[in-house]
Ligand binder design. Structure first.
Ligand code: AMP
Length: 215
């Protein structure tokens, strides 16, 4: 099974992808996480990407497509995967179709988490991320057991620069202009499944699993 998880920034894509990954034992590929890991490792791609990311802008399509192609063609068996945060532009979606064509495969479905804008702002400003393992928390709805410390690995939690107010505004604008048109692209292919994101984390997960069972 190969599918995407989409939705505006702050919709909970990353947390849901991690939950699905554990539930189905499937590989989760997050371009945002790959950029952050590359930056931490001092890789030039990560350092270049971070200049876009910190302002809430999209990394250019060429760099992003390359990092995904490298991942899809790495040694690891990629029979089943969930892509989180990619594609984010129509050009990237077309590039992904080409990549999957070359690998003689295709997407089975696109999950789209629907959520209102004011909820998004509230969520992103309260999001905290583990600097070591990338696990995400929400100060109100999914707080860590011990303040500032990751439940999973004990790493320190921080607020991503791009989760600060001005950056969030910019990311939402970019989402509307560049990423939302993708929903039409996948709807026309008949593989778009909308999920109500305005419910508890577990209920969103259950709705996702219902869709995946039918794919
Ligand atoms: P995320 O962790 O998915 O929220 O991504 C964090 C940031 O990484 C985004 O705001 C972008 O700056 C960058 N990024 C992640 N995925 C992509 C992508 N597919 N295209 C361009 N930039 C991306």
């Amino acid at each position: 099974m190969k599918f995407l998880i989409m939705g505006p920034p702050g919709a909970g894509k990353g947390s849901q992808a991690a939950r699905i990954k554990n539930h189905l034992d499937i590989t989760s590929i997050s371009t945002g996480q790959m950029f952050r890991d590359a930056y931490k490792a001092g890789d030039p791609i990560g350092i270049k990407a971070m200049t876009y990311i910190e302002d809430g802008n999209l990394v250019d399509d060429k760099t992003t497509n390359n990092i995904v192609w490298q991942r899809l063609t790495s040694d690891e068996q990629l029979e089943n995967f969930i892509l989180d945060g990619y594609p984010r532009t129509v050009n990237q979606a077309k590039a992904l179709d080409d990549m999957l064509d070359k690998l003689d495969t295709k997407l089975d479905g696109v999950l789209n988490i629907l959520i209102s804008e004011d909820v998004l702002f509230e969520r992103m400003e309260q999001r905290r991320v583990c600097k070591d393992c990338g696990a995400t928390y929400h100060l109100t709805f999914k707080p860590p057991i011990k303040e500032g410390v990751c439940d999973v690995c004990g790493g320190a939690l921080y607020q991503r620069q791009d989760d600060k107010h001005e950056s969030v505004k910019n990311r939402l604008e970019i989402y509307k202009n560049k990423t939302k048109p993708l929903l039409d692209y996948y709807d026309k292919k008949g593989i778009l499944y909308n999920i109500n994101g305005m419910q508890s984390f577990e209920n969103v997960h259950e709705d996702i699993m219902l869709v995946l069972e039918d794919l």
